[in-house]
Design a protein around this ligand. Structure first.
Ligand code: ATP
Ligand code: MG
Length: 691
C-alpha cells in the first residue's frame, strides 16, 4: 500500500491507488516501469487511468508529452475533461496546472493521422494526403478490380466488400494471405493469386493518388517505426503512453506500442479480457494476456475486484452469463450496491410490442425522475432498432443513435466532402469522380478523362478550367474550377467551406427531389466545420470519427435537450447508464445467426451480451420477442420465425432473472350491430346540438 498518497487520490480504493502511483516514486530503476491493469467491468479501470494521467502531470510530467489512446474520440474527450478537472483542483499555487489538457489524445487512427501528416515529408508521403473511409476504400477497390478485369472474368470473384475485408484482415492481423483465407475466408481460397494481384494494384493506386485508407494510418505508422532513427524520435516525443480498452487492439497496434517504447518505460495499458468483442476486426485478446512477458523484468500487473457501477443482482446475472464461457475469466467482482430488483427478462409478442413496451417503460421511468439520457437501449445490429425509431418518432421522444448510419454517410454530405477532399488532393480519384459528376451532363467517361489529364499534369490545378467538358456545361464548369482553385490557394478557412457550400446548395435542386430537407444538413455541416481550426483537421477528424447528425457529438451543443440513447453494443463499450434495455435477447440475434457458428464466434457473442449487461447501473431489461423477422441475409428469406430466449441464459442461469411478460394492449372489441346503433345515435345527437 503506497504511503503518502496525495489528497486527490483519497477516494480511490487501495488497488486503484496502487495502480495510479505505480512507478511514480523510487529510483530510476523503479520509475516508469510498464504497467498492466486487467480487471472486470465497472471496476474503475478508466477512472484509474484518468487519475494516473492527472497524477503524472501533478508530479511534473509535461502534458504535451503524454499520449492517451482510447477506443473513440468521445472516450478521449471525456477522459481529458476528467484530467482537467482533477488537475484543476491542484492549480492554486501552481499556475503550471491551471488549464491542463492533453494535446495528444484520441484513437490509434486519429493519432496516427496526425503523426503521419507531421512526418509525411520524411517518409515520402504528400502531407496533403487524403484519408478514405470504408466506403471510399470499397469504391477504389472496385475501380481497381474493374481495371484488372477481375469482375468480368467470372461473377464468382469476391465482391468488393469481401475483397476489402480480406485486405483489411491481412493488414491488421499481419497473417500471410494464404493462411488467412484458409482460416477465415475458405470460400475464397481459389482466388489467392488474383487477390494478391488485386491488392498490389490497390496499394499502387493509393500510392499514386496519395490516399490512405484506415488501415494505412496504422500501417504507415508501424512502417515508419521500423526506421530506427524515426522510431527513436517518435518514441522520445512521448514520456508516457497510456491505452484504455487494450483487449480490443490488434497485432499492428501492439507492434506500434512496442516499437515506440521497446523497454516498456512509460507504458500503461488497461483492459478486460472478458470484454473482448472486436476479434472480427482483427483484435486479439493475446495482446493483453501477453503484455507482461514482453518486458524484462515483466510488467507490473494490478487487478481490481470491486465493481462500483452495478447493483448486486445485475452483477450476479452478468457474472453467471460469463461464467459459462469456455475460457475462464477469473476476476470475481463484488459490489456494495444492494438492491432487490433483479434484471428482468421480458417476453413480448413481436417487434411492434417490443417497441411499445420500451416506449411505455421509458416514459414511466422519466415520470419517476430518470432522465432520458440516463436510459439506453442497446442492440446487436443497427437495423434492429428500426421499428423502435419509428415508434419514438411517432410519440415525439427525442433520441440519439450511436453506431448506426452516420450523418456523414448521407449522399449529399458526402458530395460536399468529396469536393473539399478533391480540392485538397486533385489526384484522389474516388473524390474526384464524385465531385466532377455533380455537374449536369458530365458522366463517368468525361470524369475519368479529366482525372487522367490532371494526374499527368505537373501543376494540375491551373488546368482545371480548360478541361474538355460538354459545351452546355462550360460556363458552370469554369465557375466550379474557380471555386476549387480558390479553396486550394487563396481562401481562408472556414470561408473555403462556405464557398463550396453555397455552390453546392445552388446545385442541389437538380440533384435531389428533397433538396430543402437536405440543405438543412449542409447547414449543420457548416456549423460543425466552423468548430475546427483548419480544413485539414476537419476532414481528418470527420473521416475518422464521424459525429451523429442529431447529437452534441458534433460539437454543436443541443440546448439542454434530453434524449434517449440508442446504441449498438459495440458502440456502448466503456459507457454506463442508469437503466439499460437490450433488444431481441433471442437466439438468431444474440448470438447473431450471421455468425458462422464456430466456437470462437459464439464465444465472442457471449462476451457481447456480457458487455451489454454490465453497462447497467440500476436496472436491466432483456427483451425476448416470441416472434421476430429473419432478414434475407440469413438465407431463410424475409419472414417471421418463432424465437427462443438467447442460449446464453440457460435454465440454471434463469434464477438470476425475474421473468415477466408484457401483455400487449388488448385489441379494441369488434363493433356489433348494437354498438353500431349506439354510435349512430350518438353522432346524430352531436349534430342535433347545432341544428
Ligand atoms: P468498463 O470495463 O465498462 O470500461 P471500467 O472498469 O473502466 O468499466 P469505470 O467506467 O472507470 O470502470 O468506472 C465505473 C464507475 O465506477 C464509474 O461511474 C466511476 O465513476 C465509478 N468509480 C470508479 N472507481 C470508484 C471509486 N473508487 N469510488 C467511487 N466510484 C468509483
Ligand atoms: Mg472503461
Amino acid at each position: 500500500i503506497p504511503t503518502a498518497a496525495p489528497a486527490y487520490l483519497e477516494h480511490l480504493n487501495d488497488a486503484q491507488r496502487a495502480a495510479v502511483m505505480f512507478g511514480t516514486t523510487g529510483d530510476a530503476e523503479e520509475r516508469d516501469r510498464p504497467l498492466l491493469v486487467i480487471a472486470g467491468a465497472g471496476s474503475g479501470k478508466t477512472a484509474t487511468l484518468a487519475h494516473r494521467v492527472a497524477h503524472l502531470v501533478a508530479q511534473g510530467a509535461d502534458p504535451g508529452r503524454i499520449l492517451l489512446l482510447t477506443f473513440s474520440r468521445r472516450a478521449a474527450d471525456e477522459m481529458n475533461r476528467r484530467v482537467t478537472r482533477i488537475v484543476g483542483q491542484l492549480a492554486r499555487g501552481q499556475p503550471r496546472l491551471a488549464a491542463t489538457s492533453l494535446t495528444w489524445s484520441g484513437t490509434f487512427h486519429s493519432v496516427g493521422a496526425r503523426l503521419l501528416r507531421e512526418f509525411a515529408g520524411r517518409i515520402g508521403l504528400d502531407p496533403g494526403f487524403t484519408i478514405h473511409d470504408r466506403e471510399d476504400s470499397g469504391d477504389l477497390m472496385n475501380l481497381v478490380r474493374h481495371e484488372l478485369g477481375l469482375s468480368a472474368k467470372t461473377k464468382r470473384f469476391p465482391m468488393k466488400g469481401t475483397c476489402l475485408a480480406i485486405y483489411s484482415a491481412a493488414v491488421n492481423t499481419r497473417a500471410p494471405l494464404g493462411e488467412l483465407l484458409q482460416s477465415a475466408f475458405p470460400w475464397c481460397v481459389e482466388w489467392e493469386a488474383d487477390l494478391k494481384r488485386l491488392f498490389l494494384a490497390y496499394v499502387e493506386a493509393k500510392q499514386a493518388q496519395q490516399v490512405l485508407d484506415y488501415d494505412d494510418l496504422l500501417l504507415y505508422w508501424a512502417q515508419m517505426l521500423t526506421e530506427p532513427a524515426l522510431a527513436g524520435e517518435v518514441g522520445a516525443r512521448f514520456s508516457h503512453v497510456l491505452v484504455d480498452e487494450y483487449q480490443d487492439t490488434n497485432r499492428l497496434q501492439a507492434a506500434i506500442l512496442l516499437a515506440m517504447k521497446p523497454d516498456g518505460r512509460g507504458l500503461t495499458v488497461v483492459g478486460d479480457d472478458a470484454q473482448s468483442i472486436y476479434a472480427f476486426r482483427g483484435a486479439t485478446v493475446r495482446n493483453i494476456l501477453d503484455f507482461p512477458a514482453h518486458f524484462d523484468p515483466p510488467a507490473e500487473q494490478v487487478t481490481l475486484d470491486r465493481n462500483y457501477r452495478s447493483t448486486q443482482p445485475i452483477l450476479a446475472a452478468a457474472n453467471a452469463v460469463i461464467a459459462l464461457a469456455s475460457e475462464r475469466f477469473t476476476k470475481d467482482l463484488w459490489t456494495e450496491r444492494t438492491a432487490a430488483q433483479k434484471p428482468r427478462l421480458v417476453a413480448v409478442k413481436d417487434d411492434a410490442d417490443q417497441a411499445g413496451y420500451i416506449v411505455e417503460s421509458v416514459l414511466a421511468r422519466r415520470e419517476d425522475g430518470v432522465k432520458l439520457k440516463a436510459q439506453a437501449v442497446l442492440f446487436r445490429a443497427s437495423h434492429h432498432s428500426a421499428r423502435l425509431e419509428v415508434e419514438l418518432t411517432r410519440r415525439n421522444i427525442p433520441f440519439v443513435k450511436f453506431g448506426g448510419l452516420k450523418f456523414l454517410e448521407a449522399a449529399h454530405v458526402k458530395d460536399v466532402l468529396a469536393v473539399l477532399r478533391w480540392a485538397q488532393n486533385l489526384r484522389d480519384r474516388v473524390s474526384g469522380f464524385r465531385a466532377i459528376q455533380l455537374h449536369a451532363g458530365i458522366g463517368p467517361k468525361t470524369a475519368g478523362r479529366i482525372l487522367d489529364n490532371i494526374a499527368g499534369a505537373p501543376a494540375g490545378c491551373a488546368l482545371l478550367a480548360e478541361q474538355p467538358v460538354p459545351e452546355g456545361t462550360r460556363a458552370a464548369w469554369v465557375a466550379f474550377a474557380g471555386i476549387v482553385e480558390a479553396s486550394k490557394t487563396t481562401a481562408v478557412w472556414p470561408a473555403t467551406f462556405e464557398q463550396v457550400c453555397q455552390w453546392y446548395v445552388a446545385e442541389m435542386p437538380r440533384l435531389y427531389d428533397d433538396a430543402t430537407i437536405r440543405a438543412a444538413d449542409i447547414e449543420q455541416l457548416a456549423r460543425i466545420a466552423a468548430t475546427y481550426p483548419s480544413l485539414e483537421r476537419f476532414l481528418t477528424e470527420l473521416t475518422l470519427d464521424p459525429p451523429n447528425a442529431t447529437s452534441d457529438e458534433a460539437g454543436v451543443p443541443l440546448l439542454d435537450e434530453d434524449y434517449l440513447i440508442l446504441s449498438t453494443i459495440h458502440s456502448a463499450k466503456g459507457q454506463e447508464w442508469s437503466t439499460v434495455t437490450l433488444l431481441n435477447a433471442v437466439d438468431g440475434c444474440l448470438p447473431s445467426d450471421l455468425a458462422t457458428g464456430s466456437t470462437s464466434e459464439i464465444e465472442e457473442e457471449r462476451r457481447l451480451l456480457y458487455v451489454a449487461m454490465t453497462r447497467a447501473k440500476d436496472q436491466l431489461d432483456l427483451i425476448v420477442p416470441q416472434r421476430f423477422y429473419v432478414s434475407q441475409q440469413s438465407g431463410l428469406g424475409d419472414r417471421h420465425v418463432y424465437a427462443s430466449r438467447t442460449r446464453f441464459i440457460p435454465n440454471r442461469v434463469l434464477e438470476n432473472f425475474q421473468q415477466t411478460s408484457w401483455p400487449a394492449p388488448a385489441e379494441a372489441p369488434r363493433p356489433t350491430a348494437e354498438s353500431r346503433q349506439i354510435a349512430l345515435d350518438l353522432a346524430a345527437k352531436m349534430r342535433a346540438m347545432w341544428r
